[in-house]
Ligand binder design. Structure first.
Ligand code: MG
Length: 369
């Protein structure tokens, strides 16, 4: 069986409400879908949500890289030879991990379709029944964030993430307002998206600790390239530090672990090159005693499904995951997504990711973009 066709599609989807982080205010976002087809008409789908300020890849670069460099590396190959295909893609173009992730997702979906099994069974089977979630809040005023936190808890979420980083004093106020509103039993984490210097990060986190705000962890407090700075922060504070933007490959993950720069890894499967690479990272992180959390780059349903299958299969994904992209958007291009139930994401038994493209919606999305 050989791969006969690779087709990328790129389009924009507006968010219901803008999402503010230190890096950007996101109002609408590019999504890349990759459709792979075998000679006998079996189809696999992958999707990623490029965010150039965060990842250095846009919808346009992912489309071009897929069309001109990745597709020739994949065409004619047996889809079961995943390691070989990934090596061919790495040989064809350096980095571009988001574009490669979309292709890896499509390959996994295709294998699931051919075998008639859900993707999580290709990853070792179910370790947990469903994915516990954390609701992520963009940066707003402290009262607005407290309000959103209360709404999320009412919907069943037991974990909340607050974007911080524009102003240290206000960041502390944000976290205080959220903690006061939701009480002690809800997990709270903060994501600075690289906003602080190491010394500012240490000052802010120590202040948060002295106020007893009890954070699960602080995510990427310093710039992605400052590994020594992040190690300094991790050593100086009691609160665990999580690495996100510092990790775009399995080599980055090894460096972070070796240098003691983080206690937890944000393993976004659409950021590091896909499910195959993510599985390797989860494994060596487990051996090093570093737990993982599956975050998102606000993918729509196909990309979110990839994260969900990974999160139910991996023992070492021990933190509530942030697979909450789909409800943030005004539309999707699949016929049916998964179900959110009381702060959990359910992963159905359908073959592959179990997603079917709604050709009409896709056509409309492509013409609007
Ligand atoms: Mg992050």
């Amino acid at each position: 069986m050989k791969i006969a066709k690779v087709e990328p599609y790129v389009f924009k989807v507006p968010l219901v409400k803008p999402f503010r982080t230190f890096l950007a205010e996101v109002k609408a976002k590019d999504h890349l879908i990759v459709k792979i087809e075998t000679e006998d008409g079996k189809i696999g789908l992958g999707e990623i949500g490029p965010l150039p300020e965060f990842a250095g890849e846009s919808g346009a670069t992912c489309y071009t890289v897929t069309k001109e460099l990745l597709a020739p590396a994949v065409l004619g190959q047996d889809p079961f030879n995943i390691e070989r295909i990934l090596a061919r893609m790495d040989a064809a173009v350096k980095a571009n991990h988001l574009a490669k992730s979309a292709m890896d997702f499509a390959l996994h979906d295709l294998l699931g379709q051919i075998l008639g099994i859900p993707v999580y069974k290709l990853l070792g089977g179910r370790y947990r029944e469903r994915v516990p979630l954390c609701w992520a809040m963009g940066m707003k005023s402290p009262p607005e964030m407290a309000e959103e936190a209360e709404e999320a808890v009412a919907q069943g979420y037991r974990c909340l993430k607050a974007k911080i980083g524009l102003d240290p004093k206000m960041d502390i106020e944000r976290l205080k307002a959220i903690r006061e509103r939701v009480g002690d039993k809800i997990g709270i984490r903060a994501d600075a998206n690289q906003a602080y210097s190491p010394d500012t990060a240490i000052m802010v986190i120590k202040k948060i600790e002295s106020m007893g705000l009890d954070l699960q962890y602080v995510e990427q407090p310093v710039p992605y390239w400052d590994i020594d700075g992040m190690a300094k922060v991790a050593k100086a504070v009691d609160t665990p530090i999580l690495a996100d933007e510092s990790i775009f490959s399995m080599y980055d993950a090894v460096t972070i672990i070796k240098r003691g720069a983080a206690d937890i890894i944000n393993l976004k499967v659409g950021k590091v090159g896909g499910l195959n690479v993510s599985r390797k990272i989860a494994s060596f992180a487990e051996a090093a005693g570093i737990p993982c959390m599956v975050g998102s780059m606000l993918e729509i349903w196909i990309g979110t499904a990839a994260g969900a299958h990974f999160a139910v299969a991996m023992k070492n994904v021990t933190y509530e995951c942030e697979l909450i992209g789909p409800p943030m958007y005004t539309f999707d291009v699949v016929k049916e997504g998964y179900r959110y139930v009381q702060g959990f994401l359910e992963v159905p038994e359908r073959p592959g990711f179990g997603m079917e493209l709604d050709e009409e919606k896709l056509r409309k999305a492509l013409t609007q973009t």
